[in-house]
Ligand binder design. Structure first.
Ligand code: DQA
Length: 145
């Protein structure tokens, strides 16, 4: 099984950025954690991060034929991006929306997602474990276990 993880803007600054909200792990450390679990599950995992909305659209458009599923932390674009929504609608690759923080317990603007209704599910509030939970859940859904 091939899965892709796409991370949106400012997630490259994890550890330094608002650690009380997002924790002290770097994005690289989270990737290592998730890659180790992917190996255990027999999943081939690609990992991306971009601060650029258009680059994120390009990554989503490139998914068909390349990935069976997607784990998406679109960061702030989660709450604003019709372009990402349209890309997800166009490719129809099954995905899980993830957030490190519990966006539903934060400002009103963060409680709205432009893509959650298209996702298999949403996992938020578990820090780096949100990614691990998403990986296990998506793997189980796609493997039918
Ligand atoms: C985030 C939550 C978003 O609201 C925020 O803009 C982020 C990170 C999270 O993982 O908790 O950049 O997606």
């Amino acid at each position: 099984m091939r899965l892709t993880v796409i991370n949106g803007p400012n997630l490259n600054l994890l550890a330094a950025r608002e650690p009380e909200l997002y924790g002290r792990a770097t994005l690289g450390e989270i990737e290592s954690l998730v890659q180790a679990e992917a190996i255990r599950l027999g999943v081939q995992l690609e990992w991306f991060q971009s601060n650029d909305e258009g680059a994120l659209v390009d990554l989503i458009q490139a998914l068909p034929g390349r990935a069976d599923g997607l784990i998406l932390n679109a960061a702030a674009y989660t709450h604003t991006s019709l372009a990402l929504r349209d890309a997800l609608l166009a490719v129809r690759v099954p995905f899980v929306e993830v957030h490190l923080s519990n966006v539903f317990a934060r400002e009103k603007a963060r409680r709205r997602s432009m893509m959650a209704d298209l996702a298999i599910g949403v996992i938020a509030g578990f820090g780096p474990h949100s990614y691990l939970l998403a990986l296990r859940a998506l793997h189980a859904r796609l493997a039918n276990v």
